[in-house]
Design a protein around this ligand. Structure first.
Ligand SMILES: Nc1ncnc2c1ncn2[C@@H]1O[C@H](COP(=O)(O)OP(=O)(O)OP(=O)(O)O)[C@@H](O)[C@H]1O
Ligand SMILES: [Mg+2]
Length: 244
């Protein structure tokens, strides 16, 4: 494997995959994983014909569980089909020399195809997808970034369900993505927090509080905008409690 990709460790996938709620999205995504890894050739030929790819994006506000959902799908693919997940090593890909970034992206894409062929499938994680092509402040940035964006769109276009490559992208800025880019995603999922999941998380957290800690969990935290903010409130309380 070249330096432009890294494998996400199984332990990391499992530890980050404690999803609460988002059951519909999880079911829909796992259905696609099943189609890709466990269905007959006729499915794949048909999907290929109508340009459906396993290219998914989860979008929505921060802290709603997009990354957690992506890890849960990675865990599903790993435990059911032994599919490994990889991520791009952006530090190594984005370079200041003209042309290097685009070439590096292309090497990464070649490597993804190769790995998928060898392992009968692969997941590529593009977490915080919008940050992938941010301005790194070099002189040639505009044309270079544009070319990198085109290379990425070409890569998306070039894969097919038959190659068993799944892309799981997340973003907080779906609205500001280029419409040509948006079209490259076959499946769009808006991820929103809901009260039922927050209640479920409240119950889970309540059970985790050690008896000796002398802390009563307030049910007001359920009114937070998402699970991430519930955690933040409790964290602040516990820090105060420890500091005395
Ligand atoms: N639905 C959820 N299930 C389980 N944990 C959640 C959920 N939503 C949020 N969390 C918790 O809140 C924190 C943030 O969640 P996560 O990273 O998945 O959110 P995100 O939508 O990817 O946020 P961002 O847009 O900032 O990347 C994590 O600690 C995670 O455990
Ligand atoms: Mg995230």
């Amino acid at each position: 494997m070249n330096d432009f990709l890294y494998r996400i460790d199984e332990k990391i996938i499992k530890s980050k995959a404690n999803l609460i709620g988002h059951t519909d999205e999880f079911k829909q995504c796992s259905k696609l994983i099943d189609i890709i890894h466990d269905s007959g050739k006729e499915y794949l030929t048909f999907f290929n014909e109508i340009d459906i790819r396993s290219i998914n994006i989860f979008y929505g506000e921060t802290g709603t569980g997009k990354t957690t959902l992506a890890y849960s799908i990675a865990k599903y693919a790993l435990t059911k089909y032994g599919i490994e997940s990889y991520s791009l090593n952006i530090e190594n890909i984005i370079k200041t020399e003209l042309g290097a970034t685009v070439n590096n992206f292309e090497s990464a894409f070649q490597e993804i195809k190769k790995l998928s062929e060898e392992d009968k499938g692969i997941i590529l994680f593009l977490d915080e997808f919008d940050r992938l092509l941010v301005n790194r402040g070099n002189d040639n940035e505009l044309s270079e970034l544009k070319r990198a964006l085109i290379a990425l769109m070409d890569f998306f276009q070039s894969i097919s369900v038959k190659q068993q490559i799944t892309i799981l992208a997340t973003t907080n800025y779906f609205g500001s993505l280029d419409s040509a880019m948006k079209r490259r995603f076959s499946f769009h999922y808006e991820i929103k927090s809901n009260k039922e999941s927050r209640e479920e998380y409240y119950e889970k957290l309540k059970k985790l509080i050690p008896n000796g800690l002398n802390y009563k969990l307030s049910d007001k935290i359920i009114d937070s905008s998402n699970i991430s903010n519930m955690k933040k409130l409790v964290r602040e309380d516990i820090v105060k409690l420890i500091k005395g």
